[in-house]
Design a protein around this ligand. Sequence first.
Ligand SMILES: *[C@@H]1O[C@H](CO)[C@@H](O)[C@H](O)[C@H]1NC(C)=O
Ligand SMILES: *[C@@H]1O[C@H](CO)[C@@H](O)[C@H](O)[C@H]1NC(C)=O
Ligand SMILES: *[C@@H]1O[C@H](CO)[C@@H](O)[C@H](O)[C@H]1NC(C)=O
Ligand SMILES: *[C@@H]1O[C@H](CO)[C@@H](O)[C@H](O)[C@H]1NC(C)=O
Length: 218
Amino acid sequence: MSAVAEHATPLTLVTELPTTGASKPRRSRRRCLICGGCCAAVLIILAVIILVLALTVFRVRDPVMTMNHLTIQRLSAGLGDVFSSQPLALNLTIVPDISIKNPNAVTFRFDATTTGLYYRGGEIGIAYGPPGTARAHRTIRMNLTVDVLADRVLDDRNLFDDLRAGSIPVTSSTMVGGRVKLLGVIKHHVELIMNCSFTLAVANQSILDQSCKRKIRL
Ligand SMILES: *[C@@H]1O[C@H](CO)[C@@H](O)[C@H](O)[C@H]1NC(C)=O
Ligand SMILES: *[C@@H]1O[C@H](CO)[C@@H](O)[C@H](O)[C@H]1NC(C)=O
Ligand SMILES: *[C@@H]1O[C@H](CO)[C@@H](O)[C@H](O)[C@H]1NC(C)=O
Ligand SMILES: *[C@@H]1O[C@H](CO)[C@@H](O)[C@H](O)[C@H]1NC(C)=O
């Protein structure tokens, strides 16, 4: 729009200089006005197209992470070295099965995922998933296998009580950082965080009371 205005002003100044015989300059002035009008119309149409594309196809939406399943791959507790400081031994692997949905018209590239497991506030296991890409409008699914570091759990004095009650409360935190690149220029960074809390039922090795909270950091 401003380009049209800049074009119009110097030309009108020139046409005002000769005071008589104004038929020729007037015609060129009209041509100039028509030309300027066309330019303005084209610019407005272009602006509308860009705006519509920006608001629809290329609008950046945040990817969504969801927890599909939590499975216990192995849970076994038994007697360890009776004469050591840790008479209990424990094997526990938890597999969160997650999805990352990319609602954008362009690819979402993400870095390695990090999943931490916590028992009563203390970290008991951490696992890193591979980086990857979720193509436009696609959902990518993966199993994040976390081995619990037995000594960290066994150090906790609450474990005896929890084992006796038959349920172990655990929380998990999964983090994925990534970016959506629009037309190679605009980069949109996001960090998806999903925290879940659940209870391991020891007797039948199942997961109870699972609830997850999602958060997005830009
Ligand atoms: C834990 O797993 C290891 C090897 O996978 C095995 O040797 C050990 O007996 C297991 N401990 C328990 C308590 O199941
Ligand atoms: C995740 O594990 C489950 C059960 O082991 C399996 O059925 C599923 O295909 C796995 N998913 C992926 C993406 O590997
Ligand atoms: C998620 O869990 C992690 C680890 O326990 C914690 O540091 C973080 O504050 C939690 N975030 C939310 C949003 O609850
Ligand atoms: C596992 O046991 C708990 C009680 O300890 C029960 O509430 C739950 O329904 C059981 N789950 C399955 C799949 O049997």
